[in-house]
Design a protein around this ligand. Structure first.
Ligand SMILES: NCc1[nH]cc(CCC(=O)O)c1CC(=O)O
Length: 306
């Protein structure tokens, strides 16, 4: 009998879905392997009244799960890749990147079909500076209001009438079986998602050979290349949730195309760049697009917006 593989996860419905998904794939790839979930609460889940940027950023969602791995209460942690900071804590690696789901954002409203249809001054709920900047660029008249919490909480706040529309990630809405609520896909290259959006990542202790071997079966090479380019661009720009950065890498037969964007949530000013590369140089491509954005004045926009 080999020891069970323990998966640390947050307790939100989306996090549990993703952890169960990884568990099911592992059981399928490795018959006989016992897989268990270790649900944990993180500071990022507990503090809902302040923006992520002010309470210390996305790393807050990882810390408790990393401590569980260091204390040998868990072997891996499952994350939405877009919640994983550009730089991991020392001693940890991303040991698998799963095939990407729909990376687009979702326009969700009970009364309106698209952003363009919203009446003048309508209230849009999103705490993401990237989403705010892109809404502002398209519709400077709209009111942007904060909206945090898990996917179900955000939908409930829309239904309670606090907003005319909200913006979520299609991937999360789809995973929870709520695709019917998506009125319109805000899709690339006009509208860019967060780096890594739609991809699930497995984090583990660096040097854990057993885990590394088990995870090979889960990794998707195309997704790994695409998100490597997006995350390299983000890292070069010093990306965090305190700045508005969008990235989307298309993988085609001839190679990669990376679309990048930096924006300002207050003014709606956006700068965009794109470049192509062969599929063996995703990190260099990310750095190239970051340099193109900086050459267009992205630096000014990248000053922390809150
Ligand atoms: N910010 C929280 C978060 N992290 C990952 C997803 C969705 C799933 C994904 O992008 O993989 C969401 C919800 C959202 O942005 O609507």
């Amino acid at each position: 009998m080999t020891a069970p593989l323990r998966i640390a996860t947050r307790k939100s419905a989306l996090a549990l879905w993703q952890a169960e998904h990884v568990a099911a794939l592992l059981r399928q790839a490795h018959p006989g392997l016992t897989v268990e979930l270790v649900p944990l609460s993180t500071r990022g889940d507990e503090i809902l009244d302040r923006s992520l940027a002010t309470i210390g950023g996305k790393g807050l969602f990882l810390k408790e799960l990393e401590i569980a791995m260091l204390e040998d209460r868990a072997d891996i942690a499952v994350h939405s890749l877009k919640d994983v900071p550009a730089e991991l804590e020392p001693g940890f690696v991303l040991s698998a990147i799963l095939p990407r789901a729909d990376a687009a954002d979702a326009f969700i409203s009970n009364d309106y079909a698209t952003l363009a249809e919203l009446p003048n001054g309508a209230r849009v709920g999103t705490s993401s500076l990237r989403r705010q900047a892109q809404v502002r660029a398209l519709r400077p008249d709209l009111q942007l209001l904060d909206l945090r919490g898990n996917v179900n909480t955000r939908l409930a706040k829309l239904d309670e009438g606090h907003y005319e529309a909200i913006i979520l990630a299609c991937a999360g809405v789809d995973r929870l079986g709520l695709s019917g609520r998506i009125r319109h896909r805000l899709a690339s290259p006009d509208w860019l998602p967060a780096p890594g959006q739609g991809a699930i990542a497995v984090e583990s202790r660096d040097g854990d050979r057993r885990v590394a071997d088990l995870m090979v079966a889960l990794t998707d090479a195309e997704t790994q290349m695409a998100v490597a380019a997006e995350r390299a661009m983000n890292e070069k720009l010093g990306g965090s949730c305190a700045v508005a950065i969008g990235a989307w890498c298309v993988v085609a037969e001839y190679g990669l195309t990376l679309h990048g964007m930096v924006g300002n949530a207050a003014t709606g000013e956006l700068v965009r760049a794109q470049a192509d590369a062969t599929s063996d140089t995703p990190v260099a491509l990310g750095h190239e697009v970051a340099a193109m954005l900086l050459a267009q004045g992205a630096e000014e926009l990248l000053k922390p917006q809150r």
